[in-house]
Design a protein. Structure first.
Length: 252
């Protein structure tokens, strides 16, 4: 089965698309000839990406300014995007410090972006789909830290665990409307942001704890992402797929 088939003309909204995995997923669906709306707070970066997506094959590209934690911003972005078929809740941030050093403001910022944002976008999209009498697809980007923890990311881990559980709850509740909600839980993926850390002794030690003995590349997520976002998973909802080189099944 060609997982990329069936995306042509389908409208996909990707949040947190100005960099990292959000940008990668936007490029991926553009190559599948989907219509793409990219949303993030940094509109200047989105506009540069939008030109690339058109060149990659997306027949239509929109860039919308979007603060996922702000209800008014979410409403405005969805109105600007128009009817969508697939929502990718990718926007997320982390605190990167021990629990005792996390301020209330930082806690709120992480939870608002990682969990409140998923809630606001998902409920708004589902409400529109239900009113239109059509189905829809939601792919939430969780993390293996939803299931196991690491140091200095307590709020991030808790927020991603909540995303995984929310995925199951919404998948159950909205199945009757033909709305599927699933999640992708990446392991440690090589990006520009973490490249310096993984060159250190601590970073190298972490890589050795991954059973496949390497970091994931963004492209390693493509198969699972296309599965969840496309028709091949038509009888899947409420599930979370880990793509992590075996990290979750490694011994403690």
């Amino acid at each position: 089965m060609d997982l990329a088939a069936g995306f042509a003309g389908r409208h996909v909204l990707v949040t947190g698309a100005s960099s990292g995995l959000g940008e990668h997923f936007a490029r991926l669906v553009a190559r599948c000839r989907a219509r793409v709306t990219i949303g993030a707070r940094r509109l200047d970066r989105l506009e540069a990406l939008a030109a690339d997506l058109a060149e990659l094959g997306a027949p239509e590209v929109r860039a919308v300014e979007l603060d996922v934690a702000n209800p008014a911003s979410v409403e405005a972005a969805l109105a600007a995007a128009g009817p969508i078929d697939v929502l990718v809740n990718n926007a997320g941030i982390s605190e990167g410090r021990p629990a005792l050093d996390v301020t209330v403001d930082l806690y709120d910022a992480v939870v608002d972006t990682n969990l409140r944002g998923v809630w606001l976008l998902s409920t708004a999209a589902a409400r529109a789909w239900r009113e239109a009498g059509q189905g829809g697809v939601i792919v939430n980007i969780a993390s293996i830290l939803a299931f196991r923890v690491a140091g200095a990311v307590p709020v991030y881990a808790a927020s991603k665990a909540a995303v995984a559980q929310l995925t199951a709850a919404l998948g159950l509740e909205w199945a009757r409307y033909g709305i599927r909600v699933n999640a992708l839980a990446p392991g440690y993926i090589a990006t520009d942001i973490n490249s310096t850390f993984f060159e250190t002794d601590a970073g190298q030690a972490m890589i050795k704890r991954i059973p496949m003995r390497r970091l994931g590349q963004p492209s390693d997520l493509d198969g699972a992402f296309l599965l969840l976002a496309g028709d091949a998973s038509a009888w899947m909802t409420g599930t979370c797929i880990a793509v992590d080189g075996g990290h979750l099944v490694s011994s403690l």
